[in-house]
Design a protein around this ligand. Structure first.
Ligand SMILES: [Zn+2]
Length: 414
């Protein structure tokens, strides 16, 4: 029965040569209207062993807040309606390579993060507005304190305008699909906003994955009749735990995280499908796992222990049922992609402890479409035809997985 089903889907595949035209919509609508601009010629960030100073010249005054975070030491500034586009960290902090990041963080808000090498606490912070030009200058002075005093001052002091969901907000566990309704799929384009992910040839992983997620959504809806949502549909930062919560809020049957990372060492070429494991498959996977989960920390979000949301016994029970469903999903993804792409890596199935795979009740997989650090992978990733074939591979996989999963469900419960 599954074979017959696959055959009919493959016919669909042949009929969509015109699909390539969908791709390449790199231009993304921002979720907010950015009004204030940064003047880099009058802005600077300087850090010394015992002090630091930040001066940011804005075209107009905007609401902002400043706070420190610990472990590692960071200075975080949030701004309402500041447009950072076209600006590089080196423009305002040429002496601090790799230690300054900024970009969209929440709709209407952007964030600036400075990595500190020492516990430099905020001594003064002020915004002054020129009465003539209405231009504003934000000045922050940092002073060295001891580690304990620093720790006492960390965290966002004012109430966050975007309070994270609490355990009580979470809807009940997702009911298992039995093949009698459209599949609900949550697609998770990796990274976004202040966290661009891998960067090669002027292209960000976050942008590429958003483009692909939109293309994939279109195919899953149009050809598969599925109900598809995205964890983000703009260049915005979404913390990892919130990505999983969004899947549960939509009562998703499947969660698919989409990535195309860069890795300096180890095996880093070709498509890889990850499912959850407490221990990483190999050293390269461990490096990737650490890097992915660090993106939250680097962006200034301290990781929320998602497991606190539900009693651990319930989590274990749910996971006992979900783990084989995720494993099956991983296997179907490999065979679906092998069918549509024709080729695949020798060892395409790996296991890792990525935070986004930790929903205890939603079958989840993380797909590395390829690695932006590999020249031939990057060429494929930028090719709309290749991406269309890849999307069809995922469609095949989800359809055949759903059949097998529904059959298994009838054995588990009557
Ligand atoms: Zn990634």
């Amino acid at each position: 029965m599954i074979r017959q089903f696959l055959g009919s889907v493959l016919l669909c595949l042949a009929g969509v040569a015109g699909l390539a035209g969908l791709a390449g919509s790199a231009a993304q609508a921002q979720e907010f209207r950015a009004v204030a601009h940064v003047d880099p010629s009058r802005s600077s960030i300087s850090l010394r062993r015992t002090s630091g100073a930040l001066v940011l010249s804005l075209s107009q005054a905007v609401p902002y807040r400043v706070f420190s975070l610990d472990d590692p030491y960071r200075l975080v500034m949030d701004f309402r309606e500041v447009d950072w586009q076209g600006l590089a960290a080196g423009d305002i902090a040429p002496d601090l390579p790799g230690r300054v990041r900024f970009g969209p963080f929440r709709p209407g808000w952007s964030r600036l993060v400075v990595d500190l090498e020492a516990p430099l606490a905020v001594e003064t912070a002020a915004m002054e507005t020129d009465p003539e030009t209405a231009e504003a200058v934000v000045t922050v002075h940092l002073a060295r304190v001891d580690a304990r005093d620093y720790a006492a001052t960390t965290g966002a002091r004012s109430a966050a305008p975007w309070a994270p969901p609490t355990a009580l907000d979470l809807p009940p566990p997702v009911e298992r699909q039995r093949g009698d309704r459209p599949l609900v799929i949550m697609l998770d384009p990796g990274h976004g906003g202040i966290d661009p992910g891998a960067q090669r040839q002027g292209m960000d992983e976050s942008e590429l994955m958003l483009t692909f997620a939109r293309e994939l959504k279109d195919i899953l809806v149009r050809e598969g009749g599925m109900e598809v949502y995205l964890t983000r549909d703009s260049d915005i930062f979404v913390p990892l735990a919130q990505r999983v919560n969004k899947a549960r809020a939509r009562r998703a049957d499947v969660f698919l995280s989409l990535h195309a990372d860069a890795l300096a060492r180890g095996r880093a070429t070709g498509t890889v499908i990850y499912t959850l494991s407490e221990t990483a498959s190999d050293a390269a996977t461990a490096e990737l796992e650490e890097r992915e989960d660090r993106s939250d920390i680097l962006a200034g979000v301290d990781l929320v222990a998602q497991d606190d949301a539900v009693a651990s016994v319930l989590i274990d029970l749910a996971r006992t049922e979900t783990t084989p469903r995720s494993e099956m999903l991983g296997d179907h993804l490999v065979s679906g992609l092998r069918t549509s792409l024709g080729v695949m890596h020798k060892r395409p199935r790996l296991r890792a402890g990525f935070s986004v795979l930790k929903a205890p009740d939603i079958p989840s997989a993380l797909i590395e479409l390829g690695f932006m650090s590999d020249a031939s992978d990057l060429e494929q990733l930028l090719d709309p035809d290749w991406r269309a074939e890849f999307a069809y591979g995922i469609l095949l996989a989800l359809q055949s997985w759903a059949l097998e999963d529904a059959a298994a469900a009838s054995l588990v419960r009557q």
